[in-house]
Design a protein around this ligand. Structure first.
Ligand SMILES: Nc1ncnc2c1ncn2[C@@H]1O[C@H](COP(=O)(O)OP(=O)(O)OP(=O)(O)O)[C@@H](O)[C@H]1O
Ligand SMILES: [Mg+2]
Length: 239
């Protein structure tokens, strides 16, 4: 399988703070990969560095997307390559309706018939959003906002989708619902890299995983093997 994304000896510095300490990571085309780890491990920093949302001068090492070095690209340039992100804390437009938020995801697309088709697909996948299409984004529940963030990312027709903590602050049933949808999105061909603190659901959904600890990757394997690993069980799965 071809590598779609690759981080090579990637470091991140917030000024003097060395937050990510030389990690190597890759995602193959069609894969669903998770990056797990405790608070402050450097997961969000890593993901946002891929999407161009961290300061570029804090980066050392390479971020390669489809064979091209992108570590110097800003957020817009990264997005134009086909990398979409649903952020930790959602970042939806609170004063826009659900429908308008979704349309924002299509701002680079021209074919309105195709956009409409994909909007319908999102509504089919997340019927709650259909019921609330006129409602302001800011008045949605946390789970609905997460669905909207994922839906909006989907409308941009991404090659690679990045998700930061899709389970954050959500009830177990909603988490399950969201992960089922994300898995389906992956099965339909979108490559996914997601960050999670909920290791149990992350490892039972993804194909492969990386375990991050204080800025370093301490283990990587198939999710099946990680779930069977005694250390992982003890430290991350609570069994
Ligand atoms: N803007 C910033 N300035 C200085 N330090 C930062 C900044 N943002 C993050 N950090 C530090 O970098 C480290 C990694 O943070 P990051 O948000 O990437 O962790 P994380 O793995 O996503 O954690 P969480 O699970 O809590 O979301 C932390 O020690 C954090 O305090
Ligand atoms: Mg984080």
């Amino acid at each position: 399988m071809a590598k779609i994304l690759e981080l090579v000896n990637f470091h991140y510095y917030y000024g003097n703070i060395h937050s990510v300490k030389g990690i190597d990571l890759h995602v193959d085309e069609g894969e669903m990969v998770t990056l797990i780890g405790a608070n402050g491990a450097g997961k969000t920093t890593t993901l946002q560095s891929v999407s161009g949302l961290t300061k570029r001068r804090g980066i050392e090492g390479k971020i390669i997307f489809q064979g091209k070095e992108i570590q110097s690209f800003n957020g817009n340039k990264v997005a134009s390559l086909g990398i979409a992100q649903a952020l930790e804390g959602r970042h939806i437009f609170s004063k826009l309706s659900v429908e308008e938020n979704l349309i924002m995801g299509a701002y680079k697309r021209k074919n309105s018939v195709e956009i409409k088709k994909d909007m319908d697909k999102v509504y089919e996948r997340f019927p709650r959003l259909l019921e609330r299409r006129e409602q302001m984004g800011g008045t949605l529940s946390g789970g609905e906002q997460q669905m909207l963030a994922i839906g909006r990312a989907l409308i941009s027709l991404p090659t690679l989708m990045l998700l930061d903590e899709p389970s954050l602050g959500l009830a177990p049933l909603i988490v399950k619902e969201i992960f089922i949808a994300v898995k389906e999105i992956n099965r339909e061909g979108t490559t996914i890299l997601f960050v999670e603190q909920n290791s149990k659901i992350a490892l039972s959904t993804a194909n492969r995983g990386y375990v991050m600890q204080t800025g370093e990757i301490v283990m990587t394997d198939t999710c099946e093997n990680l779930m069977a690993n005694a250390e992982i069980k003890k430290a991350y799965l609570g069994v």
